[in-house]
Ligand binder design. Structure first.
Ligand code: CP3
Length: 343
């Protein structure tokens, strides 16, 4: 591990006087330079699959803000795309996919290890980034967690309550489990390739973990994460994994221990003092400023940023938002957040 990468030091369990900082969706539509490159690419998927352009947008927030980490520019839905589902993005609405609701739909998907030709541009983006990033900037790879990706594949789009996925889980558990297994295997293989291409840590985004209750949380959030992390650790024992079971609430407690994650990312529905006491006791945490502060700014942003830094100051902490920055954010507020953390 490079001693001058603060993000990797925090992930290794070190308590730093000033926490490292990066932001979910830090390369995104709130930045004029992103919008320009995005326009040049034409559409979002072309941007994801064109290594020079994907590397360029990954670097834009690093040039502008000096974040401690860069996150690969890609999307969690590239896995379904690589497995053979149709995927497209409707501007202003979000992703659309061909649905997986029958055995025949599932049988048409490719095997889990047959995704790498399709995803080769992603690995190339990472290789470019290992050469272009400043020495002190860590490179983060990522994938969606199986449950979250499955919710999009089953519904064919984003859903407020993930009802179609819950329905399939209930009504055709065998098919649902087969899809989860395919996604788990594909994710292990994909993240492993990202690490080989230069990712120094990887993050598992389970954006819809909060809608899994009781035993379903165990079976479909904890267990796939545990399996993915343990398989990755066999091959890459020194590469830390960040898990983000968004809106897990009380179930954040013990999540790191039970899955083997080196760091748990927190959304902003949990109080920092509570999370310091109940989650950070087990190791590094990441989070958790509400992204709305990037829109509203001002003294409230400063006060809340300071409060989060203080609450997590006794253990390993990576400063981040509780969810992705939104397109209506003011780029100056990002600088204000960083200045508040570092001074
Ligand atoms: O964080 C980063 O900067 C890295 C790149 C990244 C993107 N998406 C780029 C993106 C990452 C890590 C993601 C993760 C992702 N994608 C998640 C999990 C995290 C979360 O936000 O909960 C999910 C659920 C997706 C699926 C997805 N991709 C949706 C629902 C949408 C449309 C909604 C939206 O915000 O526009 C996308 C599109 C997307 N992914 C954009 C970006 C920058 C905007 C597309 C554009 O430029 O038009």
């Amino acid at each position: 591990m490079s001693e001058n990468k603060k993000l990797l030091r925090a992930l290794a369990g070190e308590t730093l006087p000033v926490p490292p900082v990066w932001m979910m969706r830090q390369a995104g539509r709130y930045l004029p330079e992103y919008r320009a490159t995005r326009a040049k690419a034409g559409d979002f998927l072309t941007l994801c699959y064109t290594p020079d352009l994907a590397a360029e947008v990954t670097l834009q927030p690093i040039r502008r803000y000096d974040f401690d980490a860069a996150i690969l520019f890609a999307d969690i839905l590239l896995i379904p795309d690589a497995l053979g589902a149709d995927l497209w993005f409707v501007t202003g609405e979000g992703p659309r996919l061909s649905t997986i609701t029958t055995q025949a739909d599932f049988d048409a998907l490719k095997p889990a290890n047959d995704i790498h030709d399709h995803l080769a541009p992603v690995y190339e983006t990472l290789r470019i980034l290992t050469k272009e990033l400043p020495e002190e900037t860590a490179l983060i790879g990522f994938a969606g967690a199986p449950w979250t990706v499955a919710t999009y594949m089953i519904a064919g789009r984003g859903t407020p309550d993930q009802a179609p996925a819950h329905a399939l889980m209930r009504e055709n558990t065998e098919l649902f489990d087969a899809l989860m297994d395919r996604l788990t295997k594909a994710t292990i293989s994909y993240l492993s390739m990202q690490i080989e291409a230069g990712a120094e840590t990887v993050k598992l985004f389970d954006s819809w973990a909060g809608s899994l209750k009781g035993e379903a949380f165990e079976k479909y959030a904890v267990e796939p994460a545990r399996r993915i992390i343990s398989e990755l650790k066999l091959k890459h024992p020194d590469v830390p994994v960040i898990a983000f079971p968004r809106e897990a609430g009380d179930k954040y407690i013990g999540f790191a221990k039970r899955t083997g994650a080196d760091c748990v990312a927190l959304d902003n529905s949990v109080a920092a003092e509570w999370a310091a006491e109940h989650v950070q006791v087990d190791g590094c945490v990441q989070g958790n400023l509400a992204s709305s502060h990037m829109v509203t700014g001002g003294q409230a942003l400063i006060d809340e940023t300071r409060a989060i830094v203080k609450a997590f100051s006794k253990g390993p902490h990576i400063f981040n938002l509780g969810h992705g920055i939104t397109p209506d954010a003011d780029p100056d507020n990002v600088q204000l957040m960083i200045d508040t953390i570092r001074t």
